[in-house]
Design a protein around this ligand. Structure first.
Ligand code: SAH
Length: 450
């Protein structure tokens, strides 16, 4: 076998894709990952990283471009860590996501013959995000406000992002101008010194209301009034401006303390007919248009007739619980973040919903002691999936149906395997494209007791 060397140039055929959207090929049986390459393409690459069992190739030339290759719509696409599927056309991106689900279910879940529907795509897959978090940093007096580069904390200054709401870009430019004109210092991750860390925007898509949060390594900012005046003059939709205090040396974006410096303490938005209050710390799905599609599917899979008791586990601010409440006798939401439970209670109140109850705690610990049986259980865990103790406890609750909402096909497949061993059948899986142009895919699964 020829020895593969760093900085050498090779040609290879791309024979598969990773779940992160990289092309994979082999040079004499040695695996190489190539960003930006598509299956079936022959590519010329330079080995830029060499590990024992694999290498990373930098794409130099595409010898036979795939017919599914398309020109990325964003000028910083190659460096940004955001939408890594922009070089694929819509058909290829859809196939990539559907394959990801199918392969996880087959390889990790060891489930054959499961009905997996075609992914539900977005009609207009641009400017769909309602929340932007822009890191801020001066590098040699050059101010950058934008996004982290792929696998790094370098900041890419980006004028317009194709997936963020356009108001967010406008707010970012105003904040940038304020920092530059007033020579405000920016946070340096290595020294822990400097003031401004992040600019965050949240936009209510149905109400048009905007919230701005300036994350600061301190308690105030110089010439605060100038920033406020400029923001509300240029973007009158702004209803709320906060300073968030974060003095820790951490990658976590938000600190604990929020100081309201203008307007209201929250903005509102709607998903379906339900109204939600959004505060700086609230978790709220980032693509509100597809969230409605997702929740409707979850409601359909729950198959409620009006007489069921339902558990909504990992309920966040109670969004799914409220959707379910219309057709259930009683819904119990369980969530580990206490502030989210407070928001959930408030959300039930402002929507006049009285048949929901919210409990704070880890679902795996709360569930065994609840002493109530549920007809239907909805699960919507974070990327790491469900704790095994929770899946064990589910069996004791004896729900006749389970609806599993997942943002990670790998942990979904693992958990479905476990549930099938506990007496549940996977009836169907519906992938939903909540994050177009990125490698992420959301799924809703219908399970029933066998
Ligand atoms: N269903 C909600 C939130 C889903 S995100 C929505 O659609 O908006 C997953 C949620 O699970 C987060 O709110 C997170 O705080 C919560 N969570 C994480 N681990 C948990 C656990 N062990 N028990 C309960 N909730 C948990």
């Amino acid at each position: 076998m020829t020895e593969i060397k760093k900085n050498e140039v090779y040609t290879l055929k791309i024979t598969g894709m990773t779940h992160e959207g990289q092309g994979v090929g082999r040079i004499n049986n040695f695996t190489v990952f190539v960003d930006g390459a598509i299956e079936e393409e022959d590519v010329e690459i330079k080995i830029i990283k060499l590990h024992k069992s694999y290498g990373i190739g930098k794409l130099l030339k595409i010898l036979n471009p795939s017919p599914e290759r398309t020109k990325p719509f964003c000028e910083v696409y190659k460096r940004c860590g955001g939408c890594s599927l922009q070089h694929m056309n819509t058909d290829a991106a859809i196939r990539f996501k559907e394959n990801l689900v199918r392969e996880s279910i087959r390889r990790i879940g060891k489930l054959e013959n499961v009905k997996i529907h075609g992914i539900i795509t977005m009609e207009n897959p641009f400017y769909y995000r309602n929340k932007a978090q822009y890191p801020v940093r001066k590098v040699n007096d050059n101010l950058k406000v934008g996004f982290y580069a792929k696998r790094s904390h370098d900041i890419i200054d980006c004028q317009e992002c194709g997936i963020q709401n356009q108001i967010s870009d406008r707010v970012k430019s105003i904040a940038k101008e304020y920092i530059e004109k007033n020579n405000v210092s920016t946070y340096d991750e290595t020294t822990g010194k400097g003031l401004i860390r992040h600019i965050i925007t949240r936009v209510g898509f149905k109400t048009g209301q905007v919230m701005v949060v300036v994350v600061v390594n301190g308690k105030s900012i110089p010439k605060k009034e100038k920033l406020i005046d400029e923001l509300i003059r240029e973007v009158p939709q702004i209803k709320s401006i906060f300073i968030n205090v974060n003095r820790e040396k951490t990658n976590v974006i938000l600190g604990r303390e929020n100081i309201l410096i203008y307007g209201e303490k929250s903005i509102t938005d709607y998903i379906g007919d339900f109204k939600f209050n959004i505060s700086p710390v609230s978790f709220f799905q980032v693509n509100p248009i597809q969230t409605e599609v997702l929740y409707k599917k979850a409601l359909e899979y729950a198959g409620l007739t009006g007489s069921e008791t339902v558990f909504d586990l990992y309920c966040g601010i109670g969004t799914i619980s409220l959707f379910l409440s219309k057709k259930a006798i009683k819904v119990y939401g369980v969530e580990v973040v206490e502030e989210a439970i407070e928001d959930a209670k408030e959300n039930a109140r402002i929507n006049g919903v009285t048949n929901v109850e919210f409990i704070s705690g880890e679902a795996e610990k709360v569930l065994p002691g609840m002493g109530i049986k549920a007809d239907v259980v909805v699960l919507d865990p974070p990327r790491k999936g469900c704790d095994e103790r929770l899946l064990d406890a589910l069996a004791g609750i004896e729900p006749s149906r389970i609806v599993y909402v997942s943002c990670n096909p790998a942990t979904l497949a693992r958990d479905l395997k476990y549930l099938t061993e506990k007496g549940y059948e996977v009836v169907e899986i519906q992938p939903v494209d909540m994050f177009p142009h990125t490698t992420h895919v959301e799924c809703v699964v219908r399970l029933s007791a066998t």
